[in-house]
Design a protein around this ligand. Structure first.
Ligand code: SF4
Ligand code: SF4
Length: 189
């Protein structure tokens, strides 16, 4: 006889069903009672996307490239975020600010191209920590589903926050309900 590895083995009861059990009505009634009871209990699910669960205050979602209070891009394409990124998800190309572009870019250099591969990103927030210009932060939204890998490569047009001067409503909406979390809005350096 084979010795069981544990003492949790249970002998299957193979006794014949009684008349009531063969009717299945008690079992059906028991099942319906369970269903009925759950109708009045607090639901574990939410009607997403109409209804959304509140995020944790430490939630880190989709990246935002920030502007200063005059609407100029803060990023100076220094590359520190790319170096800090453990997933090597960030790539960029730097460009020199030209005369007459002072209202667009805060520093003499700016990111002509800035991309984040959201399939690589682990949302650790190290890019936000590394940035000396408060130019990038992780917001409270998440990257929506997509059908192609290419759709998860977010470029500057996807990441750049709307202009707070020209589009104040869109800017406030992009900041999200917990705007105090982002360090950039509180500092002017
Ligand atoms: S959140 Fe982390 S993994 Fe994602 S881009 Fe920033 S540093 Fe890289
Ligand atoms: S986001 Fe910040 S760290 Fe990254 S390149 Fe721009 S200024 Fe540098």
């Amino acid at each position: 006889m084979v010795q069981p590895l544990t003492n949790r083995a249970k002998q299957v009861d193979a006794k014949p069903l009684s008349f009531l059990e063969r009717l299945y009505i008690p079992s059906i009634l028991r099942g319906m009672a369970i269903t009925f009871r759950h109708m009045f209990q607090k639901k574990a699910t939410v009607q997403y996307p109409e209804e959304k669960r509140p995020f944790s205050p430490v939630f880190r979602g989709l990246h935002v490239l920030n502007r200063d209070e005059e609407g100029r891009e803060r990023c100076t394409a220094c590359g520190l975020c790319a170096v800090a990124c453990p997933a090597e998800a960030i790539t960029m190309e730097a460009a020199e600010r030209q005369k007459g572009e002072e209202h667009l870019y805060r520093e003499e250099k700016y990111a002509a191209k800035y991309e984040i591969n959201m399939l690589r990103c682990i949302f650790c927030g190290l890019c936000e920590e590394a940035c000396p210009k408060d130019a990038i932060y992780l917001s409270e939204t998440f990257a929506p589903a997509n059908f192609t890998r290419k759709g998860f490569i977010y470029g500057k047009p996807d990441l750049l926050i709307p202009d707070p001067v020209g589009e104040p409503e869109a800017y406030a909406q992009a900041q999200g309900p917990n705007e105090g979390r982002q360090p950039s809005s509180a500092r002017t350096s």
